[in-house]
Design a protein around this ligand. Structure first.
Ligand code: PEP
Length: 267
């Protein structure tokens, strides 16, 4: 059955509890009366507001933007996977390019965080993607292969299939410059091939791959299902609940269409 994800990365936005509350009340209003059977939505607010994000509308899960790969202890300023789990968090973004850039996160560190997330039953959304200079040097495939091989090294099939991968080319984040559907399709095919080689075909099918980078509802189809992606990771536009909910609605319609098509083929 076709299924999509729409994940909102609220980043370091909303400057007060009041702003966070305002966001939530608009989100609740937008979702009212809507049902999602084939879409999982999630919003990932700053840590400080996580407890305000309890009781999200049905179909929208609580996510976080990072974790530290230890249960507890002398790690000043960090947040553990157990704390997140105990606070009702279900999804966690790991290895976002902004963390690679500003906090020096490496593929090895990202792998450790994924293992910690899985151990504590959080679903990791791991970000991969090449930088602009790497793209210009035609190194996209090599960079993505290196990221995937390091991040998934030593994981079992059952661990791997729980991970959601977000392909976020760094040059597309916050720039309004997007890859073409054809380019995304190439990445999708390459990732499926890599996962098949590392694990097997069934596991490769189960690892969801999202696209992220300047996504808007107006061209959701081109960067999502037309590129065989399993949904989107949304930055800036997720600050507008109307947009996020619109994307969820479009994904729900598309999933229904695809599911009907495949059941009429079987029938
Ligand atoms: C992101 O940073 O995860 C992202 C997708 O950002 P934006 O949509 O703002 O490009």
């Amino acid at each position: 059955m076709r299924k999509f994800y729409v994940i909102g990365n609220l980043k370091m936005n909303m400057l007060s509890r009041e702003e966070a509350a305002q966001y939530l009340s608009v989100l609740r209003r937008e979702v009212q009366g809507k049902r999602y059977e084939h879409v999982t939505g999630a919003v990932c607010p700053p840590f400080l507001y996580l407890s305000q994000f309890d009781h999200l509308p049905e179909g929208i899960k609580k996510g976080a933007q990072n974790l530290f790969p230890e249960k507890s202890g002398a790690y000043t300023g960090e947040i553990s996977p157990v704390m997140l789990k105990n606070d009702g968090v279900e999804y966690v973004i790991i290895g976002h390019s902004e963390r690679r850039q500003h906090a020096g996160e490496t593929n090895e560190m990202i792998r450790e965080k994924i293992v910690a997330a899985l151990k504590h039953h959080l679903i990791p959304i791991v970000c991969i993607g090449e930088m602009a200079a790497e793209r210009r040097a035609e190194e996209t495939d090599r960079i993505l292969a290196l990221q995937i091989q390091t991040i998934f090294a030593g994981l079992s099939k059952s661990q791997a299939e729980k991970i959601i991968v977000a392909y976020e080319p760094c040059w597309a984040i916050g720039t309004d410059v997007l890859p073409t559907t054809g380019e995304l399709l190439q990445v999708r095919v390459m990732l499926r091939k890599m996962f098949t080689e590392m694990f097997d075909a069934q596991t490769a099918e189960r690892i969801a791959v999202l696209y992220g980078g300047s996504v808007k509802s107006s061209f959701l189809a081109e960067v999502s299902w037309e590129a065989q992606m399993d949904g989107v990771l949304v930055g800036h536009e997720s600050l507008f609940p109307y947009e996020l909910v619109k994307m969820m609605g479009l994904c729900e319609e598309e999933a229904l269409r695809q599911n009907e098509q495949s059941s009429s083929r079987i029938g």
